[in-house]
Ligand binder design. Structure first.
Ligand code: C5P
Length: 401
């Protein structure tokens, strides 16, 4: 469940060119389960249509104090309804009026009557953004307790380049999520979480290895989602092209299963939760040739020996850690996954199937089933980021109990 599930978000749109991006913002917020209502300043409808916004939000869009029949729009009710009021884009004009307490349209009247947190995403040309009056107005709003989502640097509608572009919709969504998480702290806040990701490469000679197609996407998504929820995350990854975006994730890169084993056990005693999503090679060549193996005979046999079962060893050594494994099965999926759950002394196992289109290695989506001692929960095909959120919601539920 997203932190935005059932949250009531009032979106105020003012008359700036960045308003065209807000349709996507409404859709993203709705996708995450939020209820969205939109109010516009009179100029905003030059840039976006009320019809598009009412269709996307599923609610009537308001911009006047009263309609053609003389029915009054109750701005106080808007202010009381909202869990969060986001004004994006916020023009220099609206910003100045908010700072000064002016109230000549519905959006401003709602701002003055809102009791919830207000977030403001300014957007304007670079010189307007840098002007001392704008700087002072932003400081004034911050002093009222409003959260400012700073404008970004880049190309502007004027053709100039500089700071003034409205933050991208995904940045605004992330800030909104952070805001709600601060209000309802996650069970993972302050916890230490160990996540493994990617494949392992088992060397044959100095230039060759035995590996698999794991991309690391799933593990990286889990690590970042845990960090977003306030956990301190140690991510141990085999070779992967994935990059980290969250400063609270401490990344250790390893190559082989042996190295992953040693790195994992440097941290294991101090962590609260382990999610072992790495596709660890079960076997490694018995001997690594010192020189590159030359092409000679028609056949080449490489003797392999079993790698340590890292998760199995964690199961044996565990004290209070909550242990989650991954299973990729091609037959008797549930039965085999349940076997692993008990054999490795796990608290939960995530089953992903190679049979589902769009699930498994390399893709950006996955379809999982999570099995714990008392439950089997099925999920739809989703982005790996959304899967990571589902998995951590499940874990949080269990830890809460
Ligand atoms: O037994 P199987 O390899 O299918 O179990 C998969 C789970 O065990 C995954 O969570 C994987 O990360 C972990 N594993 C491990 N060490 C191995 C092999 C798998 O920790 N050598």
């Amino acid at each position: 469940m997203s932190s935005l599930q059932s949250k009531k978000i009032l979106l105020g749109i003012t008359g700036g060119i960045a308003a065209y991006k807000v349709n996507g913002l409404v859709r993203d917020l709705k996708k995450r389960g939020a209820e969205v209502k939109v109010i516009l300043t009179p100029c905003a409808s030059d840039f976006v249509t009320p019809l598009t916004l009412s269709t996307l939000s599923g609610n009537a869009v308001e911009s006047e104090f009263y309609d053609a029949k003389g029915n009054w729009t109750n701005h106080v009710e808007f202010g009381l309804w909202a869990d969060l009021f986001v004004i994006a884009p916020c023009t220099a004009n609206t910003l100045a009026k908010m700072a000064g307490g002016l109230c000549d349209n519905l959006l401003l009247a709602t701002y003055l009557s809102a009791r919830c947190t207000v977030m403001v995403a300014p957007a304007m040309d670079l010189d307007m953004y840098a002007h001392p009056s704008t700087r002072r107005n932003l400081e004034t709003l911050a002093s009222y307790g409003n959260a400012i989502i700073p404008a970004e640097h880049g190309e502007l509608a004027s053709g100039l380049t500089g700071q003034g572009r409205m933050a991208e919709p995904e940045t605004i969504v992330a800030k909104i999520e952070e805001q709600f998480m601060r209000q309802n702290p996650s069970v993972l806040k302050g916890k230490k979480v160990l996540v493994t990701a990617g494949p392992t490469y088992e060397a044959i000679d100095p230039v060759r290895f035995v590996g698999n197609h794991s991309s690391g996407k799933m593990g990286f998504a889990i690590a970042e989602e845990a960090a977003k929820r306030g956990a301190h995350v140690v991510l141990i990854s085999g070779p992967s092209a994935e990059r980290l975006h969250h400063p609270m994730v401490e990344l250790h890169r390893v190559t082989s299963a042996r190295e992953m084993h040693d790195e994992v056990f440097r941290h294991f005693d101090t962590v609260d939760l382990v999610v072992m999503s790495a596709a660890v090679a079960d076997y490694a060549p018995k001997n690594i040739a010192v020189e590159k193996i030359k092409k000679k005979d028609d056949e080449l046999a490489i003797e392999m020996v079993k790698n340590p079962d890292i998760l199995g060893e964690m199961g044996e050594r565990k004290k209070d850690q909550f242990l989650v494994g991954f299973a990729l099965e091609t037959e008797n999926e549930i039965e085999n996954a349940k076997g692993k759950l008990s054999r490795k002394n796990l608290d939960a196992i995530v089953l992903n199937s190679l049979k589902d289109d769009g699930a498994g290695f390399g893709t950006s989506t996955n379809r999982i089933r999570i099995i714990s001692k008392d439950e089997l929960r099925e999920f739809d095909l989703k982005s790996k980021k959304a899967v990571a959120a589902d998995l951590l919601d499940f874990i949080e539920e269990k830890l809460h109990r």
